[in-house]
Design a binder for this molecule. Structure first.
Ligand SMILES: O=C(O)C[C@@](O)(CF)CCOP(=O)(O)OP(=O)(O)O
Length: 324
């Protein structure tokens, strides 16, 4: 009863920002992402009837506290689906530089869902696997697919219709993402806490929701046409609207640090010089820069020279779940 799976993280171009149900993780809006090849998690799950509790080893460290609790609670869902009361040894290795502030929970929960469901003997479709992964971490449900994926928020309150669907495969369009890692270390508000505070208190949240259907339609048209300017403009604007909601929360907050703005302004400067380059930012200070392959060397060098930038991690579109 053992299986190993590898999953890549993804970068949202239309953000998941807000839950309508926290218990089973149902979002307030659809989101759309690109799976990246530069960051992934490999997870092995072995169910063993001799075990009296789950054990979770993350990057060669025995996990405890919140990390352990989220994994064992997730395994409970898998046990319940399979009707088996077995405990498991879980071993995860992240090729996700934690300093990058990437939501390693995305690749982590996707790999855990895939390996855990297979190890316990469930044969889930991609849709069923995405729906299961969503219960671990919302954005992770998009990592089931390679390339571009859209998480349909669903209308049902039991979440049966809330899962990701593939939009275009990894080999459809070679656009690139540079994760600009900043030295900022101050703990920002977690995405979960940030969403909650924003939904509950920000007067700008409704404006965010009202803009989603237009952004989604425009970005899908841009992807279909391989129109980088259209995709970049929409993604950057959507990110700015998401972050604007946090400024209206009570108490207000922002994920941006000083270097975040330095990188943003450098992207705008390069764009004013005629280079097609855009950015997006998640629940942290790091900036993810979108560009085309022909500009990779110049963009990597230009961003790498900025004060406060400690690493640049380049990604191409990544694959969905693979079993090893
Ligand atoms: O990825 C995106 O769409 C946008 C964000 O990264 C924020 F910018 C949200 C990620 O939220 P996640 O960590 O998935 O929350 P969970 O469901 O509470 O685990």
């Amino acid at each position: 009863m053992k299986a190993t799976a590898k999953a890549h993280t993804n970068i949202a171009l239309i953000k998941y920002w807000g839950k309508r149900n926290e218990a089973i993780i149902l979002p307030t809006n659809n989101s759309l992402s690109l799976t990246l090849d530069g960051y992934y998690t490999t997870t092995t799950v072995e169910f063993d009837e001799s075990l009296s509790q789950d054990q979770f080893i993350l990057d060669e460290q025995i996990a405890s506290g919140e990390q352990y609790n989220r994994v064992t609670a997730f395994l409970d869902i898998i046990r319940q689906m399979a009707g088996k009361q077995l405990f498991a040894n879980v071993t995860s290795v992240n090729e996700v530089p934690t300093a990058a502030g990437f939501a390693s929970s995305a690749s982590g929960f996707a790999a855990l869902a895939a390996a855990g469901s297979k190890a316990i003997g469930l044969h889930l479709s991609e849709k069923e696997l995405s729906r299961l992964t969503r219960r671990g971490s919302g954005s992770a449900c998009r990592s089931i697919y390679g390339g571009f994926a859209e998480w349909e928020m669903g209308m049902r309150e039991d979440g049966e219709d809330s899962y990701a669907i593939p939009i275009a495969p990894a080999n459809y369009w070679d656009i690139r993402v540079a994760a600009v890692v900043l030295s900022a270390t101050k703990k920002s508000v977690s995405s979960r806490a940030g969403m909650r505070r924003t939904v509950e208190t920000s007067p700008f949240f409704q404006g965010w929701l009202d803009s989603i259907s237009y952004d989604l339609a425009e970005i899908k048209q841009g992807i279909k046409a391989r129109d980088f300017q259209q995709v970049g403009e929409i993604a950057e604007a959507n990110c700015m609207k998401m972050h604007a909601t946090t400024l209206g929360a009570k108490p207000p907050f922002t994920y941006w640090h000083d270097t975040t703005l330095v990188v943003m302004q450098k992207v705008w400067e390069m764009r004013s010089q005629g280079i097609p380059v855009y950015f997006t930012i998640d629940a942290g200070p790091n900036v993810k820069v979108l560009y085309l392959p022909e500009h990779e060397a110049y963009i990597e060098q230009t961003l790498g020279e900025l004060q406060g930038v400690t690493d640049i991690r380049l990604s191409k579109p990544g694959q969905g779940i693979t079993y090893i």
